[in-house]
Design a protein around this ligand. Structure first.
Ligand SMILES: [Fe+2]
Ligand SMILES: [Fe+2]
Length: 242
């Protein structure tokens, strides 16, 4: 059986095609996905060996799988109208916001049909964009599967950081790295991140701080400039993070 980027060949072709569709539909979302994947890889590198719960997390969810989860976390945006993706948050109607939110269950459905995707659909659905159901689900996961809960909280933090420092950020403007890190650090102290402190877990503070102190600049991470670059950037991810 031919294996490509840790996936059997047909799954690799299928998933590469999905990323190409995302890039053709809305290039900044594809770039955001690659940024999120690299940061998630770096965050879990910093976490490894620092405390037993992170070792358990990485034993259950190996880094290549975590990076893949991050790479596909917004794949459901293929089906969100590009004019909504490009609009500012403040300029979205109620209906637009509801349509935008559909990228979460749609992404879960896409990845559910993908045998190379290592995570249960529910992780995907709970993963990001706090709403009442996601928060209830996360609280339940916290009781029943703490490593999975922690993984999703880490991804939520990284997703937020990658989004706000994005040079192509369509709404509210790009946030300087120092200001974004300050907000996240205050959220670790249980104040707020986008008004919902439950979406970030203080256990991530040490690895997150170590990652920032290592000098990574999330806004300058290499990302594909067009859909023909996707294959080489995916290779780079696999070479770097396994
Ligand atoms: Fe998202
Ligand atoms: Fe995202």
């Amino acid at each position: 059986m031919k294996v490509e980027r840790g996936l059997i060949r047909s799954d690799y072709d299928w998933s590469l095609n999905l990323l190409r569709q995302l890039g053709r539909h809305h290039l900044p979302t594809l770039q955001h996905s690659f940024r999120t994947a690299q940061l998630m890889g770096r965050l879990t590198e910093q976490a490894e060996g620092t405390c037993p719960v992170f070792n358990e997390l990485l034993r259950r969810y190996p880094r290549p799988d975590v990076v893949k989860l991050a790479l596909f976390h917004d794949i459901g945006k293929i089906f969100v109208t590009d004019s909504i993706l490009a609009r500012t948050n403040n300029h979205l109607t109620h209906k637009d916001k509801a349509l935008l939110h559909q990228h979460v269950p749609v992404g879960a459905a896409i990845c559910n049909g993908f045998t190379g995707f290592p995570f249960p659909q529910r992780y995907f659905a709970l993963m990001h964009h706090a709403d009442r159901n996601a928060t209830l689900g996360l609280n339940y996961l916290r009781q029943t599967d703490f490593p999975a809960y922690l993984l999703l909280q880490g991804l939520e933090t990284i997703d937020w950081l990658a989004a706000v420092v994005d040079p192509a950020r369509a709404y509210n403007g790009q946030v300087p790295l120092e200001a974004a890190v300050r907000q996240i650090q205050s959220a670790f102290r249980n104040t707020s991140l986008e008004n919902d402190p439950r979406r970030i877990d203080p256990l991530w503070q040490a690895p997150f701080t170590a990652m920032i102190n290592s000098g990574v600049d999330p806004a300058r991470l290499p990302v594909p400039n067009n859909v023909d670059d996707i294959d080489s950037h995916w290779s780079r991810l696999v070479n770097r993070f396994g």
